[in-house]
Design a protein around this ligand. Sequence first.
Ligand code: X2X
Length: 356
Amino acid sequence: MRKLIAFLTLCVLVCGLAVPALAAYKDEYKLTCNVAAQSAWGKGAGKFAELVAEKSGGKINVKVYYSAQLMAGKQTSEFMIVRNEAADFALSSTINWSPQATELNLFALPFFISSQPDPYKALDAIEAGKAGKFIADALQKKGVTVLGWGENGFRELTNGVKPISSPEDMAGMKIRVVGSPLYLDIFKALGANPINMNWGEAVTAFQQGVVDGQENPVNSVILPYKVFEFHKYLTDWHYVVDPLLYAVNNRVWTSFSSEDQKMIMECVEEASKYQKALARVGLDGDISLAYLKEINEVPQVIEPYKYLEEQGMMITRLSADQIKVFVEKTKPVYDTWKEKIGKDLVEAAEADMASV
Ligand code: X2X
């Protein structure tokens, strides 16, 4: 009997030690992505998976599930999926995770970041600064580790009815938005009729004229999804920005060796630089174009607005006075949401932006 116990104890010890090492790595790591592979966003997800496969010598296999496959189209449940490990990794929009992580609404405070002298620099400063760390800490407490930032982009308004240069032009207009309370509040404050809809159904809704308009970034969404085929008018108002997060489930992250964690971080850094450049090309002067030239990844369209005009779109560029009217109309929403997001975070972001 003693021998048996000794033998069993030995088995438990040996297995106990051996199991984590054997079971640590999965055959496939699922990465969730809300959009299609051909978008700037989708390409950033694909690049990350490619780099990890290459740098790990095939040991770590990240498979990208595009177009919201892992969440049956319901984009605002994506955070739960990563938290519950139904997905291991994500390249996700801050909007889609904002219902579960209030801090992420920071980027959707109307005209908060776009009112800075250089909105791209301001955004980078937030991501790299105190506010970015605050957000990463908050997400980690909820079960998800932020590895780096990507970008969907500043969101512009398109519609199929008429040019919009003032809130009055939007009166009663049905505008598709993500199911995020802050977006609903903004469009209600502007007098429009916001309709909450998943992106997976939105393009059909544009085609069928179920809604009059929508808002999304030019390079990441309006171009690859050919929104110009349904909407002739674009208002270039940059009212909010949508950063992306390269993220991983906490348990999955700690299951990697420290060397592999380091390697994965390097992949995120490289993929994120490439992805952000695709999201910004033609919108940030020559900065992103120069980088894409350097890495030999210049996309077909490098002047997005010129391209959209060639497709028959009419672009409305707002003057400072016209923007002011939108800012004033949305001020009550800004004030309410500053409280909800937390003054500390908003003030940290202000300090980060002031540092550039
Ligand atoms: O649904 C959208 O508008 C999109 C594609 O931009 C996001 O996933 C936030």
